[in-house]
Design a protein. Structure first.
Lengths: 211, 211
DNA sequence: TAGATTGTTAATCGATTAACAATC
DNA sequence: TAGATTGTTAATCGATTAACAATC
């Protein structure tokens, strides 16, 4: 069956369903209805059923969804049933904090290679990993099968490094640099910019004061 | 004139316009058209005009928008013409990296108070700031007029701390903990979860392989 | 004046919600 | 069987885009 095109907003919600379902499992629930799942996530039951129907019929009429089975399907759809090797570029304060964050590995994202441009850092080792020079990306990365990179570097360097990474086979970028990256079709970028997030909330704080 | 209700998606795009306009100014542009702005941001010119029209008419027919003037308007609308005091909760690796990040202060967000629950950290000082105990939030925060808090703490504690912060006057939460916070109407949360971001990209990586 | 570009209205598109037949 | 809940279609809602009169 030809896969319909799935809106990105649905894919993003699917990650929420994934966490909600794990929560159900932790609570010992065997069956969950779209109703209950919706209450957990503040979305309508209809939306959950609609979203899931993009990928198949996973429930039973009159019953609901088997938590384990649906969780398994969602994991498979999102590609979470494997370990993804990840490149981390930039080992300043933020980069090092990300490297030490346990959550990535717990969820199957394993940082296997580090890059930085600072000659003072290149060649040094953190844990098991040596910091390589940015310039080596083209040389070492393709053989590693890395499709995901985390960018934790200054905004001036972000575009240049992104270009090199994409050239070396990376297809998904988690970008902490406050820059809108220009990437070709077929490359995915998620922006992790705390300033943008704050600056869109201050709008509401102002209108709060005025009210 | 009664302010029409502005969709959140418009507010978020406004932050993008803000950065694009700064870019224009840096490049020495005096005037910019919706066309050019759109090209810089990969949105249509019509959308930019529509978005701006929520707030007023800032351009001149036949000419375009004055960069300085529009930038000024956008800053005012977003509440970026002042300094916002910020509370930071959680001083693990991530919290400390955020504290040392220069970008916040440059953009007018000043971290003025630190909280943590670890007795080993409470009472110690980073830079000018002493780390206070989470339990003191209710006591010290209200007098400070802090409306914005950054949460960089373990998921188990996030909801509890969020509740205390809101009780103490916080209205906007930048949440790095991988938890969907339950907050009352009128409180804004932006989720900064790298795992969710990665997990929604792997979906596309999988379909890439299958293609 | 002629050309350009805004601000706004109308048309289109897509996403969300409601409704309900199918069925467990 | 009666009650519950899915999967799907149709209705609604909202956001984006196109078009164009106004006007610089």
């Amino acid at each position: 069956m030809a896969q319909r095109i799935v809106p990105d907003v649905v894919v993003r919600r699917l990650t929420q369903y994934y966490y909600a379902l794990r929560n159900c499992r932790k609570r010992g629930l065997e069956i969950v209805s779209s109703q209950l799942l919706g209450e957990m996530l503040n979305v309508t039951a209809a939306q959950i059923r609609k979203d899931l129907s993009f990928f198949g019929g996973f429930g039973k009429q009159g019953i609901g969804y088997n938590v384990d089975s649906l969780l398994d399907h969602v994991q498979r759809i999102l590609g979470l049933k494997r370990t993804w090797p990840v490149a981390l570029v930039g080992l300043g304060n933020l980069g090092r904090a990300l490297l030490h964050y346990q959550g990535f590995e717990k969820e199957g994202f394993k940082i296997i290679v580090l890059f930085d441009s600072d000659p003072g850092k290149v060649g040094t080792t953190i844990g098991q990993l040596e910091i390589l020079d940015d310039k080596e990306i083209a040389q070492v990365l393709p053989a590693m099968g890395v499709r995901i990179a985390i960018l934790a570097l200054p905004p001036e360097k972000a575009q240049e490094v992104a270009d090199m990474l994409i050239e070396a086979g990376v297809r998904a970028l988690l970008n902490y640099a406050p820059v809108t990256l220009k990437v070709p079709e077929g490359i995915w970028v998620r922006q992790m910019d705390p300033l943008v997030a704050l600056q869109s909330m201050t709008y509401y704080l102002v209108s709060l004061e005025e009210a």
